[in-house]
Design a protein around this ligand. Structure first.
Ligand SMILES: *Cc1c(COP(=O)(O)O)cnc(C)c1O
Length: 362
């Protein structure tokens, strides 16, 4: 069967180079070979996340660490900042972990603004918050800088930030921002296969975790720290992912971080231009559009073109590309196009050409 190239917002297309790296022979994860590999990529990961903290590798998808962060860091009550399917789900996950949790809900398509967070934290009820930098379901990027500016006012509140669909594509300076956890699954902007999460924690988060008696084992932040100091992971990692990550970090260093961030911003801009030029409107509130994917309105917003999305997807797929037909309650009234990972202007233009052809035939 011919391969259909992924332009859904995760998993995204994985390069041949990455697959070759992934399939190298196994190593013992307590042996010197693995420690050398881990130690070699650690400075590159720190550079990527703008941190001097250890960067951890969890063999789990993002939700493992999202749940783990709640279990390690919430003692009193968590404020779940909610603006789409993933951020909304974090409230349910927090409560399933037995934590007291309250929503700060804004309509899908809007970002989370610091002013609303500030009002909620001012009650003094919370010792943690969850926040999604780039809400993949709605294509909205919330202003992380303005959220992080609240941290000095609330030093005892743990700021847990999901950067799943922004890490490596958008500059997130962990130490300067002063937030407590950032995390990302590898199947989004890293363009690796799914199954690993890259994350880091502040010293304050590690100290908070150390006091939590019920933090479990698999996602124990203290275990990650202790093992990372020895260039290891707490349990047997997906070694193929570590090889693939090392290969991807070579690519990232070769491209240059600023060039990589600029490329993602430019390509998302091209998708927005394509949508507007073809009579569509965008789903996100203006000014908060994601730089890694575009959520196009198909009737979810007033005005703008409306098409048969499943038919459009099928016509696009016949030309070798898979796009997403909208997530959760905005399925069909939106559709989403990813520009994460290794995409270039040429590969995106090939996708728009397929879109143009599909629109002519729909
Ligand atoms: C994909 C995604 C997740 C979920 O990741 P899993 O890898 O399925 O656990 C969480 N948050 C955001 C913003 C995502 O895009």
């Amino acid at each position: 069967m011919a391969h259909v190239k992924l332009h859904i917002p995760g998993p995204v297309e994985v390069s041949e180079k990455t697959f070759r790296a992934f399939s190298q022979p196994m190593l013992g994860h307590r042996g010197q070979g693995f420690k050398d590999l881990y130690g070699r990529i650690q400075p590159q990961l720190q550079q990527l996340l703008y941190t001097r903290q250890q960067v951890f590798l969890s063999t789990s998808s993002a939700w493992g660490v999202m749940e783990g962060a709640v279990r390690n860091l919430v003692r009193k009550k968590v404020l779940n900042c909610m603006c789409g399917a993933f951020s909304d789900k974090w409230l349910d996950v927090s409560r399933r972990c037995g934590k007291a949790a309250e929503p700060l809900q804004v309509p899908w398509g809007s970002p989370i603004r610091a002013e609303a967070v500030d009002r909620a934290l001012a009650t003094g009820e919370y010792d943690a918050l969850t926040y999604i930098h780039n809400e993949t379901s709605t294509g909205v990027m919330s202003p992380l800088e303005e959220l992080a500016a609240l941290k000095p006012k609330y030093p005892d509140v743990m700021f847990i930030v999901d950067c799943v669909s922004s890490m490596t594509a958008v500059k997130v300076e962990f130490d300067r921002l002063g937030v407590d956890v950032i995390l990302a699954g590898t199947q989004k902007a890293f363009a690796l296969p799914p199954g690993m999460t890259v994350f880091t924690c502040s010293a304050a988060a590690l100290a908070r975790a150390a006091q939590a008696a019920d933090r479990g084992y698999y996602f124990d932040l203290c275990e990650f720290q202790k093992n990372s100091e020895q260039n290891m992971t707490p349990s047997t990692p997906s070694i193929g992912h570590v090889y693939a990550l090392a290969s991807k970090l070579e690519d990232i260093v070769a491209e240059g971080l600023d060039a990589r961030f600029a490329r993602h911003a430019r390509l998302a801009g091209l998708t927005r231009e394509w949508a507007l030029a073809n009579g569509f409107t965008l789903f996100p509130e203006p000014g908060f559009e994601s730089q890694t994917l575009t959520c196009i309105s198909n009737g979810a917003r007033p005005g703008g073109r409306v098409i048969d999305v499943p038919k459009f997807q099928k016509l696009v797929k016949d030309q070798g590309f898979l796009i997403d037909g909208g997530y959760g309650k905005i399925k069909g009234t939106t559709f989403r196009v990813s520009n994460m990972g290794d995409e270039t202007e040429a590969t995106m233009r090939a996708l728009y050409a397929a879109f143009d052809d599909a629109l002519r035939r729909i």
